[in-house]
Design a protein. Structure first.
Length: 64
């Protein structure tokens, strides 16, 4: 019971509602699994943002 409650508190504490929804869609059974899903999604989101910002920078350098 305490594991389930801790997992719910973790998921509810996410500031980003999209992240909360994506973790809930995975239906994690444990707190550890929920945390791993959230970390995995955050890594991908950060990587995507870096690729996007890098490609924009590359395009602007080519224009000069």
């Amino acid at each position: 019971m305490s594991e389930r409650l801790a997992k719910e508190h973790l998921i509810c504490a996410f500031v980003d509602p999209k992240l909360e929804l994506k973790v809930r869609e995975k239906e994690p059974q444990t707190l550890d699994t929920a945390l791993k899903y959230a970390q995995h999604l955050e890594v991908f989101r950060n990587a995507k943002q870096r690729v996007t910002s890098t490609s924009c920078t590359s395009d602007s350098l080519e224009d000069e």
